[in-house]
Design a protein around this ligand. Sequence first.
Ligand SMILES: [Zn+2]
Length: 118
Amino acid sequence: MTDLTHEQLADFRRRLQAAQIAAKAVLHQGAGHKQVEASGQTIGRLTRMDALQLQAMSQLSRHQIQIKLRQIDAALLMLDAGKFGVCRKCRFPLAFERLDAVPEAPFCMDCQQSMEDS
Ligand SMILES: [Zn+2]
């Protein structure tokens, strides 16, 4: 278990859910900025920050979004299980800065790099 506060966990859950909605929206809309931006209206519960997330998501390829969506789903499951923020490889808690930048990150920096190097 990490030392994240209840508020931090709630915030990560909200961001992950927003990212999940954004990822699904982009996947269903197909590629292309304008379509995605227009779809912002249909997703009424997205805040301005979430809309930015939607825009960031639309920069990724379909394949990248699918990977991201799987990581988001997994991160939400971990949240439910009370194991959010733990590296899936070495089982150490992830640094808050890393989670803050990438809430769905499945691995810590060290493990991520060692996998990319190999
Ligand atoms: Zn690790």
